[in-house]
Design a protein around this ligand. Structure first.
Ligand code: IFM
Length: 446
């Protein structure tokens, strides 16, 4: 059986600045919130940080060659704010911009489409300190200014942009569990205010980017969905799963597409709702060109009588202890499309972590990550089914091109289709990168 994707389907790989670049003191970059946070004892596994990471900042040409070898159509990367505007606002650092300009040129020279994210969790430390991150509404315009600088400089060559990566993780990890900067645990009302600020920052950035762009661009946002799949494909299970999906995702997603908060969730929030100013909702709900979804696993909504996201404990797990649930991409795309109708959709991240190791066979280093191949194959079958249902899924980005710094988890989790030796920075393509290469070549799965 062959699982064929629509013609023109965009196959890519994703990374993020702080997770791969290293070179934290180079070319005028100022300290980022993550540099400061990583230095605090007990924050990061093994006391690690992104200080060296994969040294992509200096090895970007090698990394683009790797991409070319795989046959990637597109590369999704993020931009380090502290390289571009070291003080957070005001003066632009030309050397910082120049790095991304060279990266983009290198990609284009190899026929790879650059896809840029303005904010994937790292901001200048001074900004975070002054405003306590996204707690302050003032951050919205400061962020918009930074995004406008980016499109002014790179918009002639980078057509596809997202403003913010995973608002939900920024909120839950930064302001609820405190395992990411700024390391806070705030009350629910304040939490919702931070959430509102973040969405407003997206809206303000969107309009500033459109105004500054040298040509029409495709601008969206990337949401990490809390996915839910029905256990059986009965009407009852599907309805229960859709309902649960709505409960878990609509607080952030409905304002984006409808310009208002979901009524049932708003009413349930009682007094813990954010303060909204005139014009906020129009700004948040301004039309985008696509919606990116990051998803790795789903909970199973067993049936209407359970009606909650549950995790089946006997499912196989990846190293991060996330269940392997191959239907995830199908149901996520279907529910997002049915509930929000956002137009073009992309899977902007999907993948898995295993403790991959390099071994030598006849003098050749190889990494036999067969569990990842299995994961990708089965998940992609689900995505293919979504395209066959007519859901407008336009592309897929595997997470990640490289093993990298997995935030509070440090370097223990290897998500890459390329192995990275963190001492020598040697890259070794894993067997999964060869599998992925064939998927791209065939535009489908055999
Ligand atoms: O590494 C992260 C990434 O930065 C955001 N999405 C999830 C990935 C895996 O945890």
């Amino acid at each position: 059986m062959r699982y064929a994707f629509p013609e023109g389907f965009l196959w890519g790989a994703a990374t993020a600045a702080y997770q791969i670049e290293g070179a934290v003191d180079q070319d005028g970059r100022s300290p980022a919130n993550w540099d400061v946070f990583s230095r605090q004892p007990g924050r990061i596994y093994n006391g690690e940080s992104g200080m060296r990471a994969c040294n992509h900042y200096n090895l970007y040409k090698e990394d683009v060659s790797l991409m070319e070898g795989i046959g990637l159509h597109a590369y999704r990367f993020s931009i380090a704010w502290s390289r571009i505007i070291p003080d957070g606002k005001g003066a632009v650092n030309p050397k910082g911009l120049d790095f991304y300009s060279r990266l983009v040129d290198e990609l284009l020279a190899k026929g790879i489409k650059p896809v840029a994210t303005c904010y994937h969790w790292d901001m200048p430390a001074t900004l975070e300190k002054k405003y306590t991150g996204w707690k302050s509404r003032e951050m919205c315009d400061i962020f918009a200014e930074y995004c406008a600088v980016l499109v002014k400089a790179l918009g002639d060559r980078v057509e596809m942009w997202s403003t913010i990566n995973e608002p939900e993780v920024i909120l839950s990890a930064g302001y609820k569990s405190g395992v990411h900067p700024p390391g806070l645990k705030v009350e629910l009302k304040e939490y919702r205010q931070v959430s509102h600020n973040l969405m407003l920052a997206h809206g303000r950035a969107l309009s500033a980017m459109r105004a500054a762009a040298p040509r029409p661009l495709k601008i969206g946002i990337v949401h990490n969905s809390a996915s839910v799949s029905p256990t059986m494909e009965t009407e009852g299970d599907i309805d229960a799963a859709r309902h649960e999906f709505h409960r878990l995702n609509s607080w952030l997603l409905e304002p984006l597409v409808k310009g208002r908060y979901a009524e049932d969730l708003w009413n349930e929030a009682g007094n813990d709702v954010p303060e909204i100013q005139d014009g906020d909702m129009e700004c948040i709900g301004a039309p985008t060109d696509f919606l990116g979804i990051n998803t790795y696993f789903s909970g199973l909504s067993v049936s209407a009588k359970h009606g909650a996201r549950e995790f089946e404990k006997w499912y196989p797990r990846t190293m991060v202890d996330w269940p392997v649930t191959p239907d995830t991409l199908y149901w996520t795309m279907r529910f997002v499309h049915e509930l929000y109708e956002p137009g073009d959709l992309y899977i902007t991240e999907n993948g898995c972590a295993y403790p991959d190791q390099v071994k030598e066979v006849n003098g050749t280093p190889i990494v036999e990550d067969f569990a990842r191949i299995n994961y990708l194959r089965e998940y992609l079958k689900g995505l293919c089914r979504a395209t066959q249902d007519g859901i407008p899924v336009k592309g897929y980005f595997v997470w990640s091109l490289l093993d990298n710094f997995e935030w509070a988890g440090g370097y223990q989790y290897r998500f890459g289709i390329t192995h990275v030796n963190y001492e020598t920075f040697t890259r070794t393509p894993k067997e999964s990168s060869k599998f992925y290469s064939r998927v791209i070549q065939n535009n489908g799965i055999e």
